[in-house]
Structures are given as C-alpha cells and as structure tokens.
Design a protein around this ligand. Structure first.
Ligand code: ADP
Length: 173
C-alpha cells in the first residue's frame, strides 16, 4: 500500500560531524517554511566519524531544542528511504559553492530515480556561513584549547564547542 507523503514536512539530511552554524541556519530557515522539519543524521559505515551516532544525536538535539517544530533522528542506508519512513515529501539540502551544486545536482537526480515522489529543496547558504565546512572546523579544533574556543564559536553552535576541543585534546594524549 502506498501512503501519501506530507508536503509540509521536510527532512534535512547530512553527516553533521559536527553541526555548523551554516547547518543550523538551514534548519532555522526550513523550520520557518515548513510545518515540521526532521534533521536526519546519516551514518556512513565507510567514514570514520569524529562524533559517534549517540554524541551527534545528543549535541544536535541540544542545538535544536529552541526550534519547536524540529526533531532529530539518525539513519543508516539511503537518505530517501529515511525521508519516506518519516512520511515527508521533501528533502532539504544547503548549497555553498559551485562544487556543492554539481554534487547535489547528481545526488538529486539519483534520488529522483529512487524516489520520484520525494522532491529535493535547496536553500542557498547564508552569506555569513557559506565558507563554513566540517573540515575547516576540525582544523580549528586541532589548534588546542587555548586558541580554538573563541574561534570555534564563529563556526559551530555552542553545544559543540567543548566537545570538539575535548576530542582533539584527548587524541593528542
Ligand atoms: P553530507 O555529508 O551529506 O554533505 P553535511 O553535514 O556536510 O553532510 O551537509 C549536509 C547538507 O548541508 C549538505 O546539503 C551541505 O551542502 C549543506 N551544508 C554544509 N555546510 C553548509 C553551510 N555552511 N551552509 C549551508 N549549508 C551547508
């Protein structure tokens, strides 16, 4: 049996390892556009993440607690299957650069073959956040506790600042 998907519910999928201010900006804007937003933390078995599934679920939930129509979950496997399990008709993605556009375009086309009834909606990154990437955040966190805390606050939501510093402090020992 085929169930209709909810066109007022958008799912924002990503690795969120860590979540950045750019990601939060996309969630905030999505939450103002749709009745419900689910943030889906994708678990990729081929990547060795900095934060475990449980850590990401906990920290992302803390970041998004003020947004009343936003919930957080994690998933294994295909993003479109997760979107369907959420009964949402929309997948939300953020775009920063031309490289993002190229990658997202092919992913979007593949997803359309896999799930023709799920639309991908793209939001351009906020101009204040377009330069932020998880790779850059990890590089800043490696600078050590004295140098990185203030700098990290310009890139990640507060709940991620200390856990990021702790990750690299413990790794160095
Ligand atoms: P993925 O591993 O799926 O690329 P990410 O967590 O890196 O997951 O990103 C999830 C989504 O958010 C992607 O659509 C990505 O282009 C977008 N995104 C990443 N960084 C930013 C940012 N600084 N501003 C806006 N969107 C972003």
């Amino acid at each position: 049996m085929v169930f209709a998907l909810n066109a007022k519910h958008a799912v924002y999928v990503g690795s969120f390892d860590p979540m950045s201010l750019g990601h939060e900006d996309i969630v905030r804007r999505g939450a103002a556009m749709y009745e419900q937003v689910t943030v889906g933390i994708g678990i990729n078995p081929e990547k060795r993440p900095l934060f475990s599934r449980e850590e990401r679920l906990d920290l992302v939930a803390k970041v998004l607690a003020p947004y009343k129509n936003v919930t957080v979950d994690s998933f294994d496997g295909l993003a479109v299957d997760f979107v369907r399990r959420c009964k949402a008709a929309l997948m939300l993605r953020g775009l920063r650069t031309l490289t993002d556009i190229e990658m997202e375009f092919t992913t979007c086309l593949a997803n359309r073959v896999l799930a023709p009834d799920i639309e991908t909606v793209f939001l351009m990154a906020g101009e204040k956040y377009a330069h932020i990437s998880s790779t850059l955040i990890k590089q800043i966190a490696q600078m050590g506790p004295h140098d990185s805390a203030e700098k990290l606050r310009a890139f990640v939501p507060e709940p991620f600042v200390k856990p990021l510093i702790d990750k690299f402090t413990h790794r160095k020992q």
